[in-house]
Design a protein around this ligand. Structure first.
Ligand SMILES: CNc1ncnc2c1ncn2[C@@H]1O[C@H](COP(=O)(O)O)[C@@H](O)[C@H]1O
Length: 342
C-alpha cells in the first residue's frame, strides 16, 4: 500500500512560494549558460559556475553563502540580457515545479547603464512576457529587498521604488542580508515609511542567526509591524508569544536552507516547522529561499515535511492552501488561488 507521502504528487500539488530570492533561485545550469555566452564574447574572466558551485554541493553556511552573491553571481548577472535570461528561467523552474503563485524578492541593483528602477522594470517585463507566453498557471509578483548593508538613504530609495510601481506588480518590501550585520535601527525610518505605503506588504528576515535573535532586535523588527517574517529560528518565549498574539502572521519557513546552511542543529526532524505547523494563530508557509544554492525545489519541501513530521496528503494540501491567507497579491488573486488549489 502506498504511504501517505507517496500518495501525494508533490510536484502536481498547486503550491505558493512566498520567500524566494531571485539571484539565489537561479540554477547552476542557467548560470553556466550565462557564463558560456559571456566567455565566448570575451565579457567575463570569472570561473565556470559549475566549478565555483559544483553540482550537488549545498552545504553553504552563513559565512560562505553571502559572498557567493557579492563576489560571484552579481558579477555574472550584470547586464540586461543576463537579468532577463535568468529571471525567465527562474520563473520556468518554479512553474515546472507546480508553483501557481510566486512572490519573488530581489534587491534592486544598478547594472551599468541600468538604474535600480530599470532593474525592477526589466524583471517586471520578464514576468509579463512569461505570463503571456508560457501557458503556465504561475502568477508572479515582486517584493523589493533592503539589504542589511544598505545605508538609511539606500533603504529609503527601495521604499521609493516600491511606491513608484503599481501594487499589482510590486507587492511588498523585505529586509534581508547577512544577519551578522548589525546596526539596523538606522533602517527604521525606511520601514516606517514603507508601512505607510498603501497596500504594501512587509516581510522581514527574523531571528535567522543567534546574533540577530536578541530581544532588542526582535522587538525592533516587530515594531515595524511586519505581515510576515522569514526563518524565525532563534526566537525566545517572549517573541514567540508576541508572534502568536499578532494573529495571522505568515511564517516563511525554509527547511532545506536552514539544514544545509547549518542554521539549525539536529537535521530535518529538529526543524522548528515541527513546533509551528500546528500553532493556532499564525500561518506557516513552506519556502525555498535560494533553490539555486540549496537545491531543494518547493515540491521537495512538501515531501520533506511529510517524511519528517508525518503530514498526511490532506495535511499537505491544507498547508499549501493556507498560504493563500498571507499572500500580498490581493483579493482577486486569492480568489483565483482558492479555485485552483486542491
Ligand atoms: C539564509 N538566507 C538568506 N538570508 C538573508 N538574506 C538572503 C538569504 N538568501 C538570500 N539573501 C539575500 O538575497 C540576495 C540575493 O538575491 P537578490 O540579489 O536580492 O535577488 C543576497 O545578496 C542576500 O542579501
Amino acid at each position: 500500500m502506498a504511504s501517505p507521502e507517496e500518495a501525494l504528487d508533490v510536484k502536481a500539488l498547486p503550491k505558493i512560494e512566498l520567500h524566494a530570492h531571485l539571484s539565489g533561485s537561479i540554477s547552476r545550469q542557467c548560470l553556466h549558460e550565462v557564463w558560456l555566452r559571456k566567455k565566448a564574447a570575451g565579457e567575463t574572466d570569472l570561473e565556470d559556475p559549475l566549478v565555483v558551485m559544483p553540482p550537488g554541493k549545498h552545504d553553504y553556511d552563513l559565512k560562505t553563502f553571502f559572498p557567493l552573491f557579492s563576489s560571484y553571481i552579481y558579477n555574472l548577472v550584470n547586464d540586461e540580457w543576463a537579468l532577463t535570461y535568468t529571471t525567465t528561467r527562474v520563473l520556468q523552474d518554479f512553474a515546472d515545479d507546480g508553483v501557481v503563485y510566486l512572490e519573488l524578492r530581489t534587491t534592486p541593483r544598478a547594472l551599468g547603464p541600468l538604474s535600480k528602477a530599470d532593474y525592477v522594470r526589466r524583471i517586471l517585463d520578464a514576468i509579463a512576457a512569461f505570463e503571456s507566453s508560457s501557458g503556465a498557471r504561475l502568477r508572479t509578483r515582486l517584493i523589493l529587498s533592503v539589504d542589511r548593508r544598505n545605508t538609511p538613504a539606500q533603504a529609503l530609495e527601495v521604499v521609493d521604488l516600491c511606491r513608484a510601481f503599481p501594487r499589482a506588480q510590486v507587492v511588498g518590501i523585505d529586509l534581508c542580508g547577512d544577519p551578522a550585520r548589525g546596526g539596523i535601527e538606522a533602517l527604521s525610518p525606511a520601514f516606517e515609511a514603507a508601512r505607510a505605503v498603501d497596500g504594501l506588504g512587509m516581510t522581514l528576515h527574523f531571528a535567522e542567526a543567534e546574533c540577530s535573535g536578541s530581544e532588542a532586535e526582535l522587538d525592533l523588527l516587530l515594531g515595524w509591524r511586519p505581515d510576515r517574517i522569514g526563518h524565525v529560528i532563534h526566537v525566545g518565549e517572549r517573541a514567540r508569544r508576541a508572534i502568536v498574539e499578532r494573529r495571522g502572521m505568515g511564517l516563511e519557513l525554509c527547511l532545506s536552507c536552514n539544514v544545509h546552511a547549518q542554521m539549525i542543529t539536529g537535521g530535518f526532524e529538529a526543524h522548528h516547522f515541527g513546533e509551528w505547523w500546528k500553532v493556532d494563530g499564525c500561518v506557516p508557509v513552506l519556502c525555498t529561499d535560494d533553490v539555486g544554492v540549496f537545491g531543494s525545489p518547493l515540491s521537495n519541501e512538501y515531501r520533506l515535511v511529510a517524511q519528517h513530521f508525518g503530514l498526511t496528503k490532506d495535511d499537505c494540501c491544507k498547508l499549501a492552501r493556507k498560504a493563500i491567507d498571507v499572500i500580498f497579491g490581493g483579493e482577486e488573486e486569492k480568489e483565483r488561488l482558492r479555485k485552483i488549489m486542491w
